[in-house]
Design a protein around this ligand. Structure first.
Ligand SMILES: Cc1cc2nc3c(=O)[nH]c(=O)nc-3n(C[C@H](O)[C@H](O)[C@H](O)COP(=O)(O)OP(=O)(O)OC[C@H]3O[C@@H](n4cnc5c(N)ncnc54)[C@H](O)[C@@H]3O)c2cc1C
Length: 444
């Protein structure tokens, strides 16, 4: 271990050499202080240290840094997405879409993959494009980041919650932690994720905030008949969310849950509609096209065929789109249309057939609210992007302050996109701090 590495682990394991320091001239001056030991904070700290910044400290409020990395992707961590074109990549960000073009032209998914490979962690692509660590465990990502930080002498101080910050006339930052301890640094990076304390710190330094609202959640529907289909997943389902004056549309895989709907297409829908749904108290109307790409004529023909080939069988026993439609879902659609499943196809009145055709093409459900949990929650909103130079992640209202990760008004859909913008903004901030510190060291 390098001398700097030894100093870092001493700070991490003994609590802190700073803890007994009085608030005075004797408080050590860090080159870069990162508030928040998550994905963005670690990436920034490591990048700055690798680029020559000598004194880098990460303050983390909890005893366990990188908690969300550890919990992410169901314990596997979906690190990024195999999407190589920055112009395409930005399409996965409901907030930040246009502003991210510049940052992604400098550090995008391919760069993140190469960065992790250079730091000893290979990522592998799944058929849907999501990228996970080869070991298939999020702990491998945590280990990679912690080891890289240690190797480059990044100091880590745990259970240190930053509560207040002062920007001094000489340009330095004084950060006051819970318990009274003060830390000072030439440059400050806020990477506090969706935690309100970070937004308060940014606000106290002059930043405007876009009110935070949840994104990437499941929907609770008024559809008691779907409860029996819980666990059924279906591809190519078209979803149209109708809110007062606004409409959102997605097509893809959905998962029926015991409260309503989840799955990638539904999560993408709620991500794009996050703010509008919040404004309408999570009430609206969801139209679901269960029949996939089947057109009206094909569907009608499959019903006619059933009348002929299965005339003596019941509606419950013989269903249309047999290769696509799970039986449990068909029974739920019969129930919703008020059709007796024990009717035989030969006796099914035309009006029932029409009702079933409509249910397959467009079942309309009332949205009752948000579901209890999703695969991944992120906060939409945060520091307004117009106040940040996105080439350096430096604040335009407070020189010397940088911001990265979920604290910014950027969020992506599920699939590795949320971590990707953390790697990108963290890397850009780390690079920019290194350039500034090197320049000022040369001057002095
Ligand atoms: C269950 C779950 C699963 C997810 N899975 C994925 C996935 O597989 N792929 C993906 O791309 N995204 C995923 N996400 C989203 C992703 O985790 C976040 O987008 C990402 O962690 C944001 O990183 P960050 O560094 O900005 O913030 P965080 O990871 O939230 O890190 C911020 C850190 O700052 C600390 N902190 C906050 N305030 C202070 C303070 N005042 N002082 C000191 N420290 C402070 C916090 O304790 C925290 O450790 C998931 C989210 C959840 C909740």
């Amino acid at each position: 271990m390098t001398a700097r590495g030894q100093r870092a682990s001493a700070i991490a394991t003994t609590g802190s050499p700073l803890s007994s320091a009085p608030i005075s001239q004797s408080v050590p001056l860090w080159d870069l202080l990162v508030v928040g030991g998550g994905a963005a904070g670690f990436m920034a700290a490591i990048t700055a240290a690798e680029s020559g910044v000598k004194r880098v400290l990460v303050l983390e409020a909890t005893p366990d840094p990188l908690t969300k990395v550890r919990l992410s992707g169901g314990g596997r961590c979906n690190v990024t997405h195999a999407c190589w074109d920055p112009a395409e990549l930005v399409g996965h960000y409901p907030r930040g879409q246009r502003p991210l073009r510049g940052p992604f032209s400098r550090f995008a998914a391919g760069d993140a993959i190469a960065w992790f490979a250079d730091h000893g962690l290979n990522l592998v692509e799944e058929p849907d494009g999501r990228m996970f660590p080869e070991a298939n465990r999020s702990s491998a990502v945590v280990q990679c980041l912690r080891q890289s930080a240690r190797d480059h002498g990044v100091a880590l101080k745990l259970t240190a919650m930053a509560q207040r910050v002062e920007h001094q006339p000489d340009g330095c930052f004084h950060v006051h932690c819970r318990g009274g301890e003060m830390v000072q640094a030439k440059r400050l990076l806020l990477a506090t994720g969706g935690h309100p304390s970070g937004r308060r710190l940014a606000q106290s330094l002059g930043h405007q905030l876009i009110a935070p609202v949840p994104s990437l959640f499941t929907l609770a529907l008024d559809a008691p008949e779907l409860v029996s289909c819980s666990g059924v997943a279906l591809d190519d389902v078209a979803l149209t969310l109708q809110l007062e004056g606004q409409r959102f549309h997605q097509v893809g895989r959905v998962l029926i849950t015991h409260w309503g709907l989840s799955g990638p297409a539904l999560l993408r829908l709620t991500a794009f509609a996050a703010r509008a749904l919040h404004g309408q108290r999570y009430r609206g109307e969801l139209k679901v096209r269960w029949c996939g790409a089947q057109d009206q004529a094909t569907l009608a023909k499959s019903m006619r065929d059933l009348r002929q080939t299965s005339a003596r069988r019941t509606l419950a026993a013989a269903r249309p789109l047999v290769d696509r439609l799970p039986r449990r879902l068909w029974l739920a659609l019969l129930q919703r249309a008020g059709v007796n499943p024990e009717l035989r196809w030969a006796d099914c009145p035309a009006k029932f057939e029409q009702a079933l055709l409509r249910s397959l093409q467009e079942s309309v459900y009332s949205v009752k609210g948000r579901g209890p949990f999703g695969e991944e929650f992120v906060t939409a909103g945060g520091v307004t992007l117009g106040e940040v130079n996105l080439a350096t992640m430096e604040s335009r209202v407070c020189p010397g302050l940088h911001l990265a990760g979920e604290l910014l008004d950027i969020d992506g859909v599920t699939g590795g996109f949320n971590f990707q913008h953390c790697w990108t903004s963290g890397w850009l901030a780390g690079q920019a701090v290194a350039e500034e510190i090197t320049r000022s060291d040369r001057r002095s």
